[in-house]
Design a binder for this molecule. Sequence first.
Ligand code: CTP
Ligand code: MG
Length: 217
Amino acid sequence: MNPFYLVIPAAGIGLRSGRTGPKQFETVGGHSLLTLTLSRFLGHPALAGVMVALAPNQSPPDDFPVDPRIRLCVGGDTRALSVLKACQALPAPADAWVLVHDAARPFVTHDDIDALLDSLADDRAVYLVGAVADTLRTHDGETLARERIHRVLTPQGARLGTLIRALGLPVTGTDEVSYLQAAGVPCVAVESVGHNLKITHPGDWALADALARQPGF
Ligand code: CTP
Ligand code: MG
């Protein structure tokens, strides 16, 4: 398996989470969310290096792993800018494979990571998606065919140089694929076999805590 690098944007403020501080420093299942998320990747044999983007003047959590592969940088005002700055700070060649993964998604599975890595090829991008369970209806009453829609998750990956070029484009988006598509990069969706919960709203904390305390997690 080819070596890969990991970028974790962790410079957000968690406005929707219902907590007073940034959510990535909150405790879930006895560990900080950021550490929990990082730990999903650190045991992967192909992981070559990690760049974590933190807000200015933000220290890592007390339980942050000690690992020579991990480096820190300062993020930006948007998620995209945090990812761009982390990519620019990553000591890796332009053709290195990079997975970008939200600090707020501690339940990504090893199978999903491997499925993404297996799909990386040439100069294309890959991203994890999940099926939609609910009926989807717009505010003005149109019901959407859920078979035509998927939830877009992270990790999302591409070559380092491709990511830097795409994230510098004058478009806006809440994920890497929005930028990569604008750059004309073919983006391949990989179906997730896990739930990959992103802790976003106040109701997510109790569920995340219960999941993180499961034996074998
Ligand atoms: N993120 C970042 N830099 C920003 C904004 C977000 O690195 N300027 C990171 C968050 O820390 C998080 C990931 O991007 O790990 C996904 O973003 P989201 O879940 O939206 O987190 P927040 O932006 O912190 O939350 P909210 O949108 O509720 O304020
Ligand atoms: Mg946000």
